[in-house]
Design a protein around this ligand. Structure first.
Ligand SMILES: Nc1ncnc2c1ncn2[C@@H]1O[C@H](COP(=O)(O)OP(=O)(O)OP(=O)(O)O)[C@@H](O)[C@H]1O
Ligand SMILES: [Mg+2]
Length: 264
């Protein structure tokens, strides 16, 4: 593979356009100073910066594995922003989100992936299932697929609930070698007939070097708030968690194969 050197752009948010859903994290569509619309994930929302860290690391791992994923940007919001927002709940969210938030390029006209309508080929489905086992991503179920169809291609979104080990980060070593039992609810598991091959392919792409590069993208100001852990400690834990998990991928691979054999 050629040298992997991702660039994350930073934009300034100019205008809050509309909330996306009533969901817990209150994402919104916003316009930035580069003229594009973004889906904004706010640092001041329910799960705080950890959801943004998961969104960034998960999203960039997805990109390096070759999946379609909207461009991720850092979206800066200054203090003046949102003062005139009439909705009180939104104004509170904006006030709590001064600084760097995360934006995903808005895929205008996309539709939610529906497994009853579209099928996914075995190689692609297997690699997506493999990645979600690595990330422990609980958010790719039939009820909430977090995949979009855009110009007939499958796009992945919403990795904010992945890497949930970081909510009890002190136990990271134990959690790194745990299978991902909730793979049984993965919307693409029935399509994932080539898990073993996916394991070989994905492992060859996700070298320790690539993982360190991706984790290095996380802004210093997001790596806070853990008892006794510095930003540098936290960064090392994310790296080591992922590298350990990839090195012992047979653990989650076996669980996924088991879940498939039970379900079909
Ligand atoms: N980049 C995008 N382009 C177009 N639509 C998007 C994009 N990202 C998200 N959406 C739409 O907004 C919805 C909510 O976004 P997302 O799933 O990322 O946030 P969330 O906080 O998990 O919300 P929920 O809990 O409701 O799923 C998605 O289900 C999708 O319909
Ligand atoms: Mg979602």
């Amino acid at each position: 593979m050629e040298q992997y050197s991702p660039q994350i752009r930073t934009v300034n948010v100019l205008r809050y356009v509309t909330p996306l859903r009533e969901g817990g994290s209150l994402p919104a569509i916003a316009e930035a100073d580069d003229g594009f619309l973004y889906v904004l994930k706010f640092r001041g929302a329910g799960q705080g910066v950890k959801a943004l860290i998961a969104e960034l690391i998960g999203g960039e791992i997805a990109r390096v594995l070759g999946f379609k994923i909207p461009e991720i940007v850092f979206a800066n919001m200054d203090e003046a922003f949102g003062r005139t927002e009439p909705d009180e709940e939104i104004q509170d969210l904006l006030k709590a989100s001064v600084g760097l938030n995360l934006g995903l390029h808005y895929l205008s006209g996309s539709i939610t992936f529906d497994p009853a309508v579209s099928s996914v080929d075995a190689a692609l489905a297997s690699r997506i299932v493999w990645m979600d086992c690595l990330l422990m991503n609980v958010d790719r179920t039939c009820r909430n697929t977090n995949m979009l169809m855009w110009f007939r291609e499958l796009w992945l979104i919403d990795h904010g609930a992945a890497l949930y080990f970081h909510h009890s980060i002190q136990n990271w070593k134990e959690q790194a070698v745990k299978p991902f039992v909730r793979v049984k609810d993965h919307v693409l598991l029935p399509f994932a007939a080539e898990l073993e091959r996916a394991d070989v392919t994905c492992r060859s792409i996700l070298t320790p070097e690539v993982i360190r590069t991706i984790v290095s993208l996380v802004p210093e100001e997001w790596l806070t708030g853990e008892e006794g852990l510095s930003a540098a400690d936290m960064r090392r834990i994310y790296e080591q968690f992922l590298i350990t998990r990839i090195n012992s991928s047979e653990i989650f691979l076996k669980e996924a194969q088991h879940a498939r054999s039970v379900s079909i």
